[in-house]
Design a protein around this ligand. Structure first.
Ligand code: MN
Length: 304
């Protein structure tokens, strides 16, 4: 893509960040909503894939925070700035948009919005080290004291422990359990992205499984001659469980699913929600897993 086009897109976005969108303070990632992107924003570019970036979430911070006081402003923020400009991922990736927006807000000294956009940047794959590097360079162009004021914000957003950093695109605060790493080993048996965090391999091996909205595993069977099967303990979001030939069961945090050995089933997220369950692999004799066909769009699409 020609540099000129990138620059025009970047400048269009900056005009919002500095002049228009900067008036809004998001107080938490929850307030920014967890709905999936609309069709309009459902464009993933190869570029953003390569950087591990995610498609935009539907933005609701305007209506959440200012819907009553300033409904038109809220509408413009959610539907135009985020719905029509930020969502143009083919023209400029969310990660790049986050970096220039961070730079613009830093330059303007808009610290509450800067902190909100550091959080969004983290979700778009900007690492802690990159955030520090951006500010280190911009200190020369925009002012040393601004850098002093911004590093504590980076510290607040990213925290101390690098290991607790979430994979790009995964919202923070889903549950108290770690998200772990992209579930690459089993990706071939999933539609959509999932993440796996081993919690313990002693006694009853237990894993935290995180599904992005719309993600589900293929039909599969936990085989065992005796014992075996799987227990799911739901800890975050909304999801589904279905046994072959039976009605699907909607899942919420606190729900427990006892999956007998040798029963064909699938589990995963609702289309519009992240979902997390602990998976406990019940020990059994000659235990093994058999992976079958994907849950087709017709079956999954009927779920609400
Ligand atoms: Mn299972």
């Amino acid at each position: 893509m020609p540099m000129k086009k990138h620059l025009v897109t970047a400048l269009a976005l900056l005009s919002f960040a500095v002049c228009g969108g900067a008036g809004l303070v998001f107080s938490s990632s929850e307030e920014r909503g967890s709905q999936t992107a609309s069709d309009k924003t459902d464009v993933k570019t190869q570029d953003s894939e390569q950087k591990g970036a995610k498609k935009m979430k539907k933005q609701t911070a305007g209506r959440d925070n200012l819907g009553e006081l300033a409904p038109k402003f809220a509408e413009l923020n959610d539907d135009v700035l985020f719905g029509e400009v930020w969502s143009r991922e083919k023209e400029l990736s969310p990660r790049d948009r986050s970096m220039i927006t961070i730079a613009a807000l830093f330059s303007a000294g808009q610290y509450p919005q800067l902190k909100a956009h550091l959080t969004i940047g983290k979700e778009h794959g900007v690492t802690k080290a990159e955030a520090v590097e951006i500010i280190t360079q911009l200190a020369f162009y925009c002012g040393w004291p601004k850098a002093w004021s911004t590093f504590p914000l980076i510290q607040e957003v990213y925290g101390d422990d690098e290991e607790t950093e979430l994979p790009p695109g995964v919202p923070s605060g889903l549950s108290a359990f770690p998200v772990g790493k992209p579930n690459d080993a089993y990706a071939q048996y999933f539609i959509g992205r999932s993440y796996l965090a081993p919690l313990t391999t002693a006694q009853i091996p237990t894993f935290n499984v995180t599904f992005e909205p719309g993600c589900r595993n293929n039909w599969h069977i936990h085989h065992a001659d005796k014992g075996g099967g799987q227990m799911l303990i739901c800890v975050s979001g909304r999801g589904w469980y279905q046994e072959w030939g039976k009605e699907p069961r909607e899942l919420h945090p606190g729900d427990v699913v006892n999956i007998p050995a040798n029963v064909k089933h699938w589990h995963g997220a609702a289309a519009d929600s992240w979902f997390q369950h602990l998976a406990q692999e019940i020990p059994g004799e000659n235990a093994s897993a058999e992976w079958c066909e994907p849950v087709d769009d017709e079956t999954y699409g009927k779920l609400e």
